[in-house]
Write a protein that binds this ligand. Sequence first.
Ligand code: PLP
Length: 402
Amino acid sequence: MNYDQARAIESRNMFAVYEKIRQPMVMARGEGAYVWDTQGNRYLDLVSGGRAVTALGHCPPAVVEAVREQAGRLLHMSNDYFTEPQMELARLLGEVCVCPRVFFCNSGAEANEAAIKLARKHARTHHGPDQFEIVTMLGSFHGRTMATLAATGQPKYQAEFAPLVPGFKHVEFNHTAALEQAVNERTCAVMLEPVLGESGVYPATAAFMRACRGACDRVGALLILDEVQTGLGRTGKLFAYEHYDVRPDVITLAKALGSGMPIGAMLATDEAATAFAPSDHASSFGGGALAAAAALAGVRTIIDQRIADNAARIGARLLAGLQNLAAKYPVITAVRGIGMMLAADLAQPVAAEVRAACLRRSVLIQVVGDSMLRFIPPLILAAEQADAGLAALDEALGEVAG
Ligand code: PLP
């Protein structure tokens, strides 16, 4: 199938929701940091499958092997029954995370939904029904379901879907005074991404993270870290909370967790987890055997092969390369990054043109709005691949804004 054929089917048989973002090819296979389209063209993938999902690159052998093996054995049994992959995954996550209790679901939005429900129930149990507000950040992204949409601090995603789920308050990110003013005896949780991802790679400051913890402690609220994007190595540590001197009550994961298979997780401290009584939450597919087997193999690989260290090392190389490009091309007004989350601000609205120029050089990058480039490469990226990506970007910038 070629791009025109795929487009024709999309315009006839699919919702229009992805029409504006589709890139002009049909992807057919992947290996490591490379992906090939149906015409046989190879691309260097600096977006981890497009949304920071394929953290171990495409088709990591250990994950593929685990999926093959599990698919031939048992695809699914619901949570009425135990399966070994789910139990082993729960044990492994419990060993490496400060929040040792897990609930499995199928996506980042679902993990955040679970966290929102947990926080409401936790506060109701301990403080009564009036403590239900959740404070989140302007510029945040927590998902597209109704509650996570209300949590997301970006009116552009919300405007058409009012009335939103009530009980969410948004404050300016990294603004301690605004946070402290917003958190009161009605607050059941503060929820934030340790690094704002979708809106352009802005890490929380250490002081702000401490203030979030302090504000939660002051009123008995839960600190929820949305690590759907940052979790499992992307920032150069296994979890982004490790960059801070702060212990969260709840952490949500998805994306990297499944290495491309759909799975999400809410992790919580023993204390926070007690808020959910039997039947308070559930999922038909959550933690299913196939996805759990993939996640188990992927998370083991991330830990055993110290993939987060590579993310830190290669991320620093990419950041230095972006800084060099910023010195060469005045159109770049700022660059920033932590591990394998990087962004470059542009003085003009030429982000889509730069992305297209990179694509002509067989390199996939992302844009945020009209004037920002974003890079979320697979955590296994090699130094030569990082350099090849930077060289393509150099040429692309020369073409568009030289
Ligand atoms: N939270 C964060 C920080 C994200 O970046 C995303 C997706 O981009 C989500 C939640 C939603 O995850 P999903 O698309 O798996 O529902």
